[in-house]
Design a binder for this molecule. Structure first.
Ligand SMILES: [Zn+2]
Length: 162
């Protein structure tokens, strides 16, 4: 029988949030925390390749929250070059979670402040979803009367498709 791990959510108390703000507010363009990962989070690189590092989120939403961070200082997702080295570490992260008995997780990348991107250096989150959580709680399909055919035509036009 599969051993069920006791999983504890990280509690965000006042001190944690203050530490978070303190860390990120003193960061300027010359001193991006993600460009200097080792300095701010010594000994926490799980794996790396030429272009990316796989690290734990040191301000995790939940235990075993991982991140894949590009080594180069790229601020916008659109400026990130296509690179299979990223996928390599994303899959390593997934394998790691699977080997911890975690079979449900979400992979997300945020762009823009409204989307919750706090550090302006491209990074990907790999976040475990545990049994006691219901990730779908606010992701129920909306009621809609969307004409998809029309939408697709608009999308194609915007992307310059013939
Ligand atoms: Zn950076």
């Amino acid at each position: 029988m599969r051993r069920v791990r006791k999983l504890l959510a990280v509690r965000y108390n006042k001190n944690t949030m203050n530490k978070y703000r303190e860390t990120y507010s003193r960061v300027d363009i010359k001193e991006c925390v993600f460009c200097h990962w080792e300095k701010y989070n010594p000994g926490t690189i799980i794996k790396e390749n030429e272009d990316y590092i796989l690290v734990p989120n040191t301000y995790p939403y939940i235990k075993d929250h991982l991140m894949v961070v590009i080594k180069e200082h790229v601020t916008h997702l659109l400026d990130e070059p296509f690179n299979e080295k990223k996928l390599e570490l994303t899959k390593e992260a997934m394998r790691l979670l699977e080997s911890l008995g975690i079979q449900s997780y979400v992979v997300i990348e945020r762009e823009g402040q409204k989307a919750g991107k706090s550090v302006k250096h491209v990074h990907q989150h790999i976040i475990p979803v545990h049994e006691e959580h219901d990730i779908t709680y606010n992701m129920a399909p909306m009621e809609h009367t969307i004409n998809f055919q029309e939408q697709v035509e608009t999308y194609k036009k915007l992307l310059g498709a013939k």
